[in-house]
Design a binder for this molecule. Structure first.
Ligand code: ADP
Ligand code: MG
Length: 384
């Protein structure tokens, strides 16, 4: 779960990471009064609260010199679309005099199997460009989970990138606080960009990203209020309501994959992707689903506009293939108007009966033998 900037900053504040005070505006009505009574010093910065970065470049960060101008901008920015996310809230903070913009993050790194600290003295909106063209200005240092952020971690990061060492103790303190937050909140990523050096030479977090592991949400009661404010994927919410896990994969993809078990799901995704095709979403059916539940899951997958083909891969043990076939037929016949294709691979309990159910339906469902053949069938549908 990716938090909004102001939610991330609330957590920063809890860990004594310096942030600016600000106000959140949700409606145009009353915005001027709210801004006036907040007593902020002008100019102010108005920031669209969306769960995606790059807002500055997408017009989601604006400056205003007066209350009237700020209120006007609030009216324009509320509801604006930023890379597919709607700005339903805005954060207003004072404009800072910034001497330098640094970058600091800690993420869970799959390669080193440890938290990884990433630092750059060339932070700000062009960090992706810096990562591409100035690799010497980015330091990535694994953090030993048993030792935490040691002096050498910060010292190495600053030496490698040529950062001004007079800020070393401030940066270390900042990284320690961020690391504590990273652990306590089971996060995948905590990021401060820009980590600004202000006119007094103090480090301050002007932006914040926190991504909490969804699987830990039950352990984090204060996160449920945060979730209520987020713009969630409609199919994720719908699937969660009926106890399925719907996973959006690639925005540009057009294939939906469903399986009974996450291991097989991932294998299918790997094989399809290896063939040069893109997965749009995946859904884990779990074990023992009935025809009604399968139909519901297929319906959720079909309702995703980008998906052209759905691939269902089943190893029928507790899950019976005939139940899967029946469910697939129900969903496909109810959604025939969408003109989508289904590839069905089933192995195990009642496989033959399942094939008969599909054949009798005369729907655009192809039954394939084995995963490689299924991938070929998907490929033929997509690449003619
Ligand atoms: P995003 O990363 O989504 O583009 P940021 O919050 O990082 O959004 O803002 C983009 C840029 O706007 C920053 O790199 C910084 O230069 C500027 N900015 C953001 N907040 C402030 C502020 N309070 N005072 C001055 N400049 C700011
Ligand atoms: Mg930023």
């Amino acid at each position: 779960m990716k938090l909004l900037e102001y939610q991330a900053k609330e957590l920063f504040s809890k860990y004594a990471i310096p942030i600016q005070k600000g106000i959140v505006i949700e409606t145009k009505d009353g915005a001027a009064e709210k801004i006036r009574s907040a007593g902020l010093q002008f100019p102010v910065v108005i920031k669209a609260q969306v769960q995606i970065g790059g807002r500055g470049k997408a017009g989601g960060v604006k400056f205003a010199d007066t209350v009237e101008e700020a209120a006007d901008l609030c009216g324009q920015m509320l509801g604006m679309d930023i890379r597919g996310f709607t700005a339903r809230e805005l954060l207003l903070v004072e404009k800072k005099e910034i001497a330098k913009e640094w970058y600091l993050s800690i993420m869970l790194d799959r390669y080193t199997k440890s938290p990884l600290l990433i630092f750059s003295p060339l932070g700000g909106m062009d960090i992706e460009e810096t990562a591409r063209t100035r690799a010497d200005k980015i330091a990535k240092v694994p953090i030993d989970p048993l030792r935490g952020v040691q002096d050498y971690v910060i010292s190495y990061a600053m030496d490698k990138t040529g950062a001004d060492k007079q800020y070393q103790s401030q940066l270390k303190e900042m990284a320690e606080k961020l690391y504590k937050l990273f652990f306590d909140y089971y996060t995948m990523l905590v990021e401060i960009n820009p980590l600004a050096i202000d006119e007094n030479g103090s480090l301050i977090a002007l932006d914040g990203k926190v991504e909490v592991d969804d699987n830990a949400l039950a352990l984090l009661p204060d996160m449920s209020a945060c979730r209520d404010k987020l713009q969630e994927d409609p199919q994720v919410v719908e699937a969660r309501r009926v106890n399925f896990l719907f996973i959006p994969v690639e925005e540009a993809g057009d294939i939906g994959v469903m399986s009974n078990g996450s291991g097989m799901l991932m294998s299918c995704i790997d094989l399809i992707t290896k063939k040069g095709m893109q997965i749009h979403a995946a859904l884990d059916l779990g074990g023992g689903a009935t025809a009604e539940r399968i139909a519901e899951a297929v319906r959720i997958m079909l309702s995703r506009p980008r998906i052209k083909t759905v691939f269902i891969c089943i190893f029928g043990g507790i899950t019976r293939c005939d139940e899967v076939a029946r469910g697939a037929v129900i969903a496909m016949s109810q959604n025939a108007a969408l003109g989508k294709q289904l590839i069905l691979r089933m192995e195990g309990t009642n496989k033959d009966e399942a094939a008969k159910i599909v054949a009798a339906s005369e729907l655009p469902i192809t039954v394939a033998e084995g995963i490689p053949n299924s991938v070929e069938a998907i490929y033929r549908l997509h690449r003619g």
